[in-house]
Design a protein around this ligand. Sequence first.
Ligand SMILES: [Zn+2]
Length: 494
Amino acid sequence: MKFAIASLAHETNTYAVDVTGYTERHHFDVKCGNELLRFAGMRTFLGGMIDECNRRGIEIVPIFSAFAPPSGIIKTDVYLEFREAILKGLRDNPDIDALVLEIHGAGVADGFPDMEGDLITAIREVVGPTLPVTAALDLHGNISLAMTTQFTALFGNHLYPHTDSADRGAEAVSAAVDALNATTKPVTELVSLPILLQASTTDEGFPAAEMNKICSTIESRPGVIDCTVFHGFPFTDTADVGVHVVCTTDNDRTLAKECANEVAQWIWDSRERFTTESHTPDSAMLVAASLIAGGKRPIVINDTSDNPGGGTPGDGTHLLGAMLEHQIPGSAFAMLCDPIAVKEAISAGVGNSIELTIGGRHGPLHGPPLKVQAKIRTISDGRIFLTHMMRGYPLNVGPAVGIRVGEVDVILTSQPSQTFDSEIFKLHGIDTSECSVVGLKSSAHFRAGFNHIAAEILCADSPGLTTLDVTNFTHAAFTGKLWPTDPNTEWTHS
Ligand SMILES: [Zn+2]
């Protein structure tokens, strides 16, 4: 057997265009041909696909991959170039038995609001209607009918943090094998809900964990291949925004529809429970101080409103400002993206103190720039390997520095990134398990890397491009009402 693999993955925050502009060619990490095989062994979608092909003795035809961190709308010519790279790879390899694709599901290019729907339509024009084309994708995908009717099957993350990406990649390969051998004839039904879901971790004790249990019970029913809830990406103004239940069965559309409706009804009835408990940055610091006084540490506080993992600039200062004001000894914060401040700190040199202005360079939404007296403690190249979510993935946040402001350690980077685990702290000589407060930018992925060390986790929300308050965003491209923006939104299953 000969399987082509390819990837085009971007989570597009359409509102970010006003803050950080469009997403350009240079934002993407592009790999061609055999370069894709470097992902082998990583706990990522491509890693899982490659490992599963190798395990089954399937010959891999690696075509193309392009990935950029979440950001604004992709420029039209950039998307068209990437689409053509994939299509050319397919035209050049007419003897493949299947295509296994990594996508995100919430990609938007200028003029292509349903980017993945357009991509699969273009792929079908090359490979025809019957070649197995499966995909592994993010649970924040805004799933369209163009996708569910044209992919042979879709395998979305079940978990948030997405620690199961490699498993879903492997599943996409297995499903393509089964479709090819005619062991199964996958059919997929989509049921969409008019809900803008806040960041909802699937960790034990949260409602999304219960939702997953219902899906796994359904998956154990005879004939069901996959049942997944896509939380959707609320920071996108497209016609397909919302929560989506996707169920794939072995040639039984009625069963697929019934199962998807069953899960969708549970979500609709439970929607109020998905409201995440949060603090303001200041109230989070007050709670942290009293927990620390009671002997608990470290207290992990996540800045969910400026989460570069959702397309924000990563230089927001709402939480960091509160940490600097409260000055709890042993506090540490990572990462604040500010390449200008990094350069200044590097020229000042380790051991010296300088006045620095940090953060807040993209307008007032994410907080003002902060003027600080900073002692330069460490300088690094900002290269780490992730240890929990996406384990093994090499993350490069560019030149970085560790500074101390009063009692607080702050790590400044040249590229925005959410904080997945403690590696960026370690790189700058900070042991997070010894900290009093660990402040970071992330909505839920950090949990995979911090649950085991945190005495307590507090979520700090404030204005921002990924605030929990999804009602701040206007969804002009969506037809109808959306909950909770319009509390009178109604839904009944078809
Ligand atoms: Zn996601």
